[in-house]
Unconditional design. Structure first.
Length: 201
C-alpha cells in the first residue's frame, strides 16, 4: 500500500515494516512467480466471438488476442464484489491504482500483489498467498468492506483508510491532509465514475 512519509511508520494499523532482507526475499519469490502467473494473466480469447476455441480445433495465432490486464481478473472481481457486497468498479479502481493489475508487484514497504496487502493485514484477512490473484482480491475486498462498515459507507473515508490507515482518518475525522492520500482518493473516485459512465454507454 502506498503511503506518504508523514505516516509511513504506521504501515497499516501500526504494524512494523518488513526488514530489508525479508523484502528482498519476497521480491525474489515474486519474480519466480512471474512466468507462471503470466500464463494466467495473459489469457487468449478468440477474436470476434470473445471466447476460446473448442478443444481440438486448430486456429491460427492471428485469430487470437491477449486479454488486457484490466479484464483478466473480471471474474474474480465479480466474485469478490458479490461476496462482500461491493461495487465491482471500486475493487477494479483500487486494483488499478495499487498495482496496475500486476499480481507479483511488491512495494518498497512490503505490500504485495494486486490489492497491495501488507503481510500482517493479509494474514488477518485470511490470505495465505498474497501472490495468488483470487486470494489477494478477496482479501482486499474483505478489508474494503470492513472499512466501509467502519465509516458508515463513506467511500472517501474508506479509500483514505486503505491508503493512509484508519488511525490517520480517525485522527482527522476526514481525508487526512496528506497529498498522496488526497490524490489517491481523487484518482480512485475518478476511475469509478469513468467505469460507471462506460457501463452506461
Amino acid at each position: 500500500m502506498r503511503r506518504g512519509p508523514e505516516r509511513r511508520h504506521e504501515d497499516r494499523r501500526g504494524w512494523p515494516r518488513l526488514q530489508p532482507d525479508r523484502r528482498r526475499s519476497e521480491r525474489r519469490k515474486a519474480r519466480l512467480r512471474t512466468l507462471l502467473l503470466a500464463a494466467a494473466t495473459t489469457l487468449f480469447a478468440h477474436r470476434g466471438a470473445g471466447i476460446s476455441p473448442k478443444p481440438g480445433v486448430s486456429v491460427s495465432i492471428s485469430e487470437f488476442r491477449p486479454v488486457p490486464p484490466d479484464e483478466a481478473y473480471e471474474d474474480l472481481i465479480q466474485e469478490a464484489a458479490g461476496t462482500y457486497d461491493l461495487d465491482p468498479a471500486l475493487i477494479r479502481a483500487v486494483m488499478q491504482t495499487e498495482s496496475s493489475f500486476n499480481p507479483t508487484v511488491v512495494s518498497r514497504v512490503g505490500a504485495q500483489g494486486l490489492m497491495q496487502l501488507m503481510p500482517a493485514l493479509a494474514e488477518e484477512m485470511g490470505v495465505r498467498d498474497s501472490f495468488d490473484p483470487r486470494e489477494n482480491i478477496m482479501g482486499g475486498a474483505r478489508y474494503l468492506r470492513e472499512l466501509l462498515d467502519r465509516f458508515r459507507g463513506n467511500v472517501r473515508l474508506a479509500l483514505a483508510s486503505y491508503n493512509a490507515g484508519p488511525t490517520a482518518v480517525a485522527k482527522y475525522g476526514r481525508v487526512p491532509p496528506f497529498r498522496e492520500t488526497q490524490r489517491y482518493v481523487k484518482q480512485i473516485q475518478h476511475l469509478i465514475a469513468r467505469d460507471h459512465a462506460d457501463a452506461n454507454n
